[in-house]
Structures are given as C-alpha cells and as structure tokens.
Design a protein around this ligand. Sequence first.
Ligand code: R5P
Length: 291
Amino acid sequence: MILVAGPASTYLAEKLAEITGLKLIKLEHKLFPDGESYIRFPEKIEGQDLLVIQGTHPPQDRHLIQAYFIAENAIDLGAKSVSLIAPYLAYARQDKRFLEGEILSIKSVLGMLKSAGYEKIYTVNIHSPWIAESSPIPLINIHAEKAMARYLKELDVENPVVVSVGKKGEEMASAVANELDADYAVARSSRDRVTGRVMVELERVQKLKNAIVVDDIISTGGTMVEVVNALKKMGAEKIYVACVHGLMIGKAAEKILNAGAEQIIASDTIPSEYSKYSVAEVLVEEVIRGK
Ligand code: R5P
C-alpha cells in the first residue's frame, strides 16, 4: 500500500508515513490565479493500492473537489484501488432535512466520493455516525477519544468532571472520563434552527471543581461559550475545552477564552494552533494495521 498526501492533509500523511514506514507520494499542487486546483502525481502509480489522506475541512468545497480529482485520476492512471482517509468529513452536520426542501448534503458528498472511484472512506469522529448505515460507500468511523484523553491526562487537572455536549456527546464524555478515571456530566444543548442561538442545560452534575468540556466539533464556538458560562455559574474553577475537530470559525477561540476557558484543545484533523494532540496513531492502528 502507498500513502498519498492530498493538498489538505500533507502534515498528517507525513506523520502516518513516519509511523508506518510506508511509502508516501506527495501530490504536486498549486492554485491557478483564478482559484482552480492543479494536481499532479509525481510518479507512476500503476497497479498500486493507494490510501489518500485528504481532509475536507474549510475550504470544504475545494478540498472535496480535490479529493474527487485525485481518485478519478488515480484510477485513470492505472491504480489498482483507491481509499480515502478524510480526517474531517465535511457536510456531516447536514444529515437530515431539518427544514422542508433542504439539500441532504452528506448524502451527495458520499455519492460523489463513490463515483470518484474510492472503495472506502475512513473518517474520525463523524458528527452523524448513523449515516454509515445508509452510505452508498463503506464509511468507517475512527474514534479519537483515547488520543484526546492521553493529552488531557498530561494536563493533570485536579478532580475534573468531564462534561459532554448533547446526547451523542455523552458517549465521548464517558469514554474520556473512563480513561481519566473521572466522573462525567451532560450538558444538553439545543440550537434554534433559524437564529442559530444555542441553549444549554446541565444534567448529572454533583460536585464540581474543575471541568473538561468535550465535543466532536468547535465551529463558531457558540455551544462551548454557553457551556462554559453555565459551568462558571455553577461554580467551576478551571474549565478546559477539548474537541476533535477545531474548525474555529471567525472569533470562536477568542469568544471561548473570553468566557473563561483556560485552554482550547483540538486534534490535528484540522491543522491549527489549537491542534494539541494527533489522531495519527489511532489512524495507523485502525486503518493501516487493522487491515
Ligand atoms: C453539535 O451537535 C456539535 O456537537 C457541536 O456542539 C456544534 O457543532 C458546535 O458548533 P458551534 O461551535 O458553532 O456551536
């Protein structure tokens, strides 16, 4: 198997190659002045099984079309098979028609990647894991909780309560709490579909000193700000905020830190200054060694 670094995820592909010793092909890439992508395989790939690493974080549409170009052309150039690691899978939050007539974006994205020629898609902590069941292409969800917990352990937070966001987040909180040998609590959040405002209620909190809030995604930071505010009102002293995918749109980080969080922690599925832990090891374990 050969690893192929897509333009969006070269850093992560390099880590995977370093850990596994697998050969890595770095695609040549540039943007034309009008914003169109130019991509070139710098060497022959005939007869090879390729594992492409290409995240679909912002700019999502550009990264998606690049993922499409890569697979379609790999097959055209004679690759035997092409699979994709998309550490962050775009559009997974539009998995339902919340309002009548809405586009079911994730279904279209998965269909598009299948028609590009990918055999399988691996992703990390997908927002809507249930879509794997109806996906037109095998979709494998890898969990980053252990990698997150390893980093959190090093922070050595005194008596932390791990706080989840939403019902789905409860699984993440309990997994992280289990690794940290800590208790966990649930912050039920709901978002007004029209105004985007997030409301939060905390459940299952007894003794509270320090808190670690965990979520799959931080996007605008609105949800985290509400949870941090609620925890402050309940008397939390230190609050750490951790996620897998740090989209950090606009002033998300500033808003969260201003609300009183000590630190923002994200993985490297989306590279940023908040990428404090790596999903490389779990990807190697599950995708490459698990094969
Ligand atoms: C919601 O279901 C997710 O787990 C996140 O809480 C949400 O997507 C975060 O978005 P934002 O940062 O814009 O509040």
